[in-house]
Design a protein around this ligand. Sequence first.
Ligand code: SAH
Length: 454
Amino acid sequence: SPPLPTVSAASLRFPSRSSRGRPTELFPPLPTAPAAATRLFSAAGGEAEAAGGDGAMLRHLARKLRASGPVTVAEYMREALTNPGQGYYTRRGGVGESGDFITSPEISQVFGELIGIWYISEWMAMGKPSTFQLVELGPGRGTLTEDILRVFQQLASVLSKCDVSVHLVEVSPKLSEIQAVMLTGGKVQPSPEDESAYMKGISKTGIPIFWYRDIQDVPPGYSFYLAHEFFDALPIHKFQRTEKGWREVLVDIDPEVPDQLRFVLSPSRTPATQNFIQPEETRDHVEVCPEAGVIVQRLASRIEKDGGAALVADYGHDGTKTDTFRGFRNHKLHDVLSAPGTADLTADVDFSYLRKMAQGKTATLGPIKQREFLKNMGIDLRLQVLLQNSGDTATREQLLHSYDMLMNPEKMGDCFNFFALLPHQRLAHPDKKDKPKSKSPLPPVAGFNELLLK
Ligand code: SAH
């Protein structure tokens, strides 16, 4: 097949999110909220504010906090990121060079190509079903799907008898517009009210694309799911161990400084401390993302029922880290409590929690480091081919530079991880009794093992 186009110089940016410093493991001592502040969970309701411009979100939050007391970090994060009027993703969604942070698909096309190959290799290993949906959660600018669809196009002879459709779960109207331009050249139409999708179009390669606000709106069916830097944007609860037991970290208005926010501790236990802290927990500070848990449960149920697989890639840990809540603006670290709605807020993904929330409905693989996953997927060979096919020095330098970004343990190679949900039968050991003897053993899952395309 002909060489794929190479990454342009303009799309190379420093991965500010991944190059951030070591997270502080010690959370500072916090004041306790007055006991009267009891209406913790009714405060921020997610309604849009009419007022525009910077500072509107802060004024909106300050009003709420003054009226009803502190809110959980999860409520604060949800408001700041996805409030329908003033949320960061709703209004800005700053992925990319002119934005606030850069992601792997924006650094190199090779990233998305290798993920496209992962789906094809799983589709083949699962017996080439006659139809599948590619479902991406939080597609950003749409670059990753674009790169995957280019691979599907190049392997059209392999996929020729397969009916493929693309389903994007995106809350941000702003980003869905950017995705529509990227993937369809802007040829989209709003869906009628009675359809679950809010928008639809046809990709440049002729594949139907649908947009939804929630994973539950995506029709059932054999699906390959993808979540790249999606789970880290979902709201987290934060908890602090104290002498009196676990307390939840809340966001409150600072009584000393007008319109300034501060962290406080809940005066007593909250419903979340009861539900989310395990009795055997050994850390002193814990972050939990229940929304990620709910989504993983849904993915696992859907895969168990209809077949397919999910690939999750994000920075994160396996249940060991403590305070990882961070803000990013203009590719720099940003105080999470200042100017809400103008900065990206994010927390490391706890893969041990995701594994637990799959509840045994599917098998799980990983987390495995990005550099190991990409190496197993054949990134070195792909780089060699691209280098051989590129005539000019500048392009070759870019290729090497972006490879280094993705693979270097000091850059994105070690802190980003891949994690997969797969039907149990995909991993069933070949000599298990219930397996017909005539079938050849299942190939290992690519990425988590070396890629073998048969
Ligand atoms: N996957 C992309 C973008 C990551 S940014 C990349 O790697 O470049 C996070 C994405 O998730 C954005 O598209 C944002 O609008 C979307 N998002 C954030 N919260 C969401 C939610 N609750 N539901 C659906 N999409 C959400």
